[in-house]
Design a protein around this ligand. Structure first.
Ligand SMILES: *Cc1c(COP(=O)(O)O)cnc(C)c1O
Length: 373
């Protein structure tokens, strides 16, 4: 049996007709950059996410970059964030000439440990950037409380977490804003690159809107140095066509997670050998990934791959050990939980169209391997 980590062909069988109609609509309009498709998507995503404003941008990375630009981040600033994330989070900080001040993760949720946040904030701290990893929000209640006490704005990397909330709080509520990605493998993907900044703050949203399009307002008059961070109409139309499916897809992901949990519980694997994803109190986890942890990670991964099961490691090298950030001066041992997660975590296949029989095969192969070691 072959089990993929993700099957976009299966998704396209369900949404293909809607997506083709949306693309035809854009072709008929001959309006390719921004315009009404992008505007409609901004309203629809903002409504779906219970925030006031959405600003469509060219990628999740650019959503983070333009969000930090709108906060005025620049040379000499410090941004407090997590070392256990995709490269884009830290790279956007570096591109603006700022320095990432990392805070180790909570080993249960893999997100920034809010208990260590206060100690990382100093006179140069310009922003806090939590990452809602694998589809679960970081502890925003506590992060926002610390941020408010220290008068530091928060901008969220929500690239993996569209639709997530925690104790009723959606992304972008109480912070300056949040970044989304529509990269094809994300929970809501386009057919290329795309992203969005979401915000409840009208001033912040209008700065992002200006910066997205070369700072121009009106055309050929720029008050700020921005960039070309525009979302194009074709990608917006694709995302709009898929958005009505998202709730169902999220439920399917959650059901797979529940079924994995029940099956692994029944398999009675030694808890020293396997731990399952932890759902924090009040978290609505959208399971972008189903990440388990095992000290036998590399051997388990090799076994699963040999049995036709695709799995992935997110992330094998934490940000503080990336050579592109060597100038920041971090060393091995600085963030032990991020380093342990990088050694032990393994993402098992989870996507809406995953067949129950494939999921059961994964459980059987994990169990067979771990009961032999
Ligand atoms: C995917 C991702 C990004 C970047 O999004 P792109 O659309 O690929 O630029 C940023 N941060 C995290 C945590 C991501 O998973």
């Amino acid at each position: 049996m072959k089990v993929r980590a993700l099957d976009l062909h299966a998704q396209f069988r369900d949404v293909g007709r809607d997506v083709r109609a949306a693309i035809d609509r854009v072709i008929a309009s001959q309006q390719f950059i921004l315009g009404s498709e992008v505007q409609s998507l901004e309203q629809e995503i903002a409504a779906y996410s219970s925030v006031a404003h959405g600003i469509g941008v060219s990628s999740g990375t650019d959503a983070i970059l333009v969000g930090l630009m709108a906060l005025g981040v620049g040379h000499g600033d410090e941004i407090v964030t997590t070392p256990y994330t995709f490269i884009a989070t830290a790279a956007c900080i570096a591109r603006l000439g700022a320095r990432a001040v990392f805070v180790d993760i909570d080993p249960r949720t893999y997100t920034l440990d809010a208990n260590s946040l206060d100690a990382a904030i100093g006179a140069r701290t310009r922003a806090i950037v939590p990452v809602h990893l694998f589809g679960q929000m970081a502890d925003m209640d506590q992060i926002l409380a610390v941020a408010a006490a220290r008068h530091v704005p928060v901008f969220e990397d929500g690239a993996q977490a569209i639709g997530a909330h925690r104790r009723g709080r959606p992304m972008g509520r109480g912070s300056r804003g949040a970044a989304l990605s529509f990269f094809p493998s994300k929970n809501l993907g386009c057919m290329g690159d795309g992203g969005m900044v979401m915000s409840d703050d009208a001033d912040f949203a209008s700065r992002v809107r200006l910066l997205r399009n070369q700072g121009q307002e009106p055309k050929h008059r720029s008050q700020m140095v921005g960039g070309n961070f525009r979302l194009d109409a074709m990608q917006a139309a694709v995302v709009r066509a898929k958005l009505p499916y998202l709730e169902g897809w999220t439920r399917a992901r959650q059901n797979h997670a529940k079924a994995y949990r029940a099956a692994f519980d029944q398999a009675k694997i030694d808890p020293e050998l396997l731990s399952l994803p932890y759902e924090a109190n009040g978290a609505h986890h959208v399971y972008h990934q189903f990440v388990v942890r095992t000290p036998k990670r590399d051997a388990l991964r090799a076994h699963l791959e040999a049995r036709g099961i695709e799995c992935a490691v997110y992330y094998p090298l934490p940000m503080h050990l990336q050579s592109c950030f060597a100038a920041w001066g971090y060393a091995e041992g600085d963030f032990p939980e991020a380093e342990r997660a990088a050694r032990e975590s393994l993402a098992l296949p989870i996507y809406p169209e995953l067949a129950p029989s494939a999921r059961e095969y994964v459980v059987n192969e994990v169990t067979a391997f771990l009961s032999r070691v």
